[in-house]
Design a protein around this ligand. Structure first.
Ligand code: UD1
Ligand code: UDP
Length: 370
């Protein structure tokens, strides 16, 4: 069995890493086809998880537009897929790399397995363009590796037959647990390096396209005004490399007192900082999944989420992006709400998702049908 893994951004690499190692460990031939949609942020993850690629299209350009990225990727991925005789192609999540990977696999009649299938907000512009990417991948895919029961239901509602859906958790928990188990000592040293071991800090990340402009400005202004009133509270903000995001951050947080602006952190470093955060504010998908494992209350800086499980479990709140609401929730977290949200648990997986994916692929291979 020869399996192609197509991916190209930081979160896909984090979530593909355990699958890559599971397949390799079981002597399955793996071809890693990187789109290079991300560059530095992808490389950090490849190094940490020791992923060796067979191809890297190095497609990234500064400030890339979606249409151009999509167009160039279709042409370049097609050449590789035509050359390699793959039995299955696996894509992860909802990025442009994942969508184009699935599309080109379909053009070449290669069955597609979708990891992290069935996440939906119901709003095609939120997150943008990810909601459409994952719906389109869902239409193309032959096998749907769905993290949770809610994801399974979403897929069934769209008419996907139950025997093509495998409920298996999210591979991000496999990665997170691997780090916590194998790199525990390093985590402590990292916090010392950033001089935050004894500080009380909120961990912030923001990068989504639909938040560019007014939503991001309002959120950052609220955080700045709140932090400036406090003596001992810091905001730690590892910034995405996107120049459009950085421009807003630099302008809006210029007069914010206790801010620690950082370059994108290596995954290991990010987990170390997440572990000791007072709470998290984020518009990230992956961080919404990791935070409950670490028992971190999370304010989700978006109007919609495809990950309602943590909200239902009470560890996360969907707070939108309007100035007043952000301030309101930051103030509420000074009181009882904080204790209510301090729960450890994980609706997204048990750390064995990649094993289930590998086992399912071996099963269909031996049975000769999906
Ligand atoms: C992409 C995904 C998004 C995912 C995010 C994870 C799409 C449409 N979006 O969004 O779903 O949540 O990755 O981070 O697939 N850049 C660098 N170096 C890097 C990475 C990015 O300089 O290593 C800069 C480049 O100028 C690039 C820009 O960031 O053009 C935007 O990258 P892009 O992949 O288009 O969008 P993201 O916001 O990263
Ligand atoms: N992450 C990281 N370094 C950072 C910020 C985030 O390694 O500086 C990790 C984080 O732990 C999570 C993933 O990157 O696993 C989320 O990536 P991102 O927020 O860019 O994308 P999304 O999950 O929203 O698609």
């Amino acid at each position: 069995m020869k399996i192609g893994l197509i991916f190209g951004t930081r979160p896909e690499a984090i979530k593909m890493a355990p699958v890559y190692h599971q397949l390799k460990k079981n002597n399955i031939t793996v071809k890693v086809i990187l789109t290079g949609q991300h560059k530095e942020m992808l490389q950090q993850v490849l190094n940490l998880f020791q992923i060796e690629s067979d191809y890297n299209l190095e497609i990234m350009k500064e400030n890339q537009e979606l249409s151009e990225l999509t167009g160039r990727l279709i042409i370049e991925l097609d050449k590789i897929i035509k050359k390699e005789k793959l039995d299955y192609i696996l894509v992860q999540g909802d990025t442009t790399s994942a969508f184009v990977g699935a599309l080109v696999a379909f053009y070449n009649k290669i069955p597609v397995g979708h990891i992290e299938a069935g996440l939906r907000t119901g709003d095609i512009y939120s997150p943008f363009p990810e909601e459409i990417n994952r719906r389109l991948i869902g239409t193309i895919a032959d096998i749907h590796f769905a993290p949770t029961e809610i994801n399974v239901k979403n897929l069934k509602k769209e008419g996907i037959s139950g025997n093509r859906i495998i409920k298996c958790g999210n591979t991000v928990i496999d990665s997170l647990k691997w780090i916590i188990k194998n790199k525990r000592e390093l985590l402590k040293n990292i916090r010392e390096k950033y001089n935050i071991n004894n500080k009380k800090y909120i961990l912030l990340t923001m990068h989504r396209r639909e938040n560019w402009g007014k939503p991001m400005i309002e959120v950052l202004n609220a955080i700045k005004d709140y932090i400036n009133k406090k003596e001992d509270l810091y905001v730690v903000f590892p910034m995405h490399l996107n120049p459009r995001v950085r421009e807003i951050i630099n302008k809006t947080l210029k007069n914010c007192k206790n801010k620690i602006l950082l370059e994108p952190l290596e995954y290991l470093e990010f987990i170390a900082i997440m572990e000791k955060a007072y709470y998290i504010m984020t518009d990230s998908g992956g961080i919404q999944e990791e935070a409950p494992t670490l028992g971190k209350p999370t304010l989700v800086l978006r109007d919609t989420t495809e990950r309602p499980e943590a909200i239902e479990a009470g560890t996360a709140k969907l707070v939108g992006t309007c100035y007043k609401n952000i301030l309101k929730y930051m103030e509420l977290l000074e009181g009882k709400l904080y204790q209510d949200m301090l729960k450890v648990g994980n609706p997204y997986g048990d750390g064995k998702t990649s094993e289930r994916i590998r086992a399912y692929l071996q099963k269909i291979e031996s049975e000769g049908k999906i």
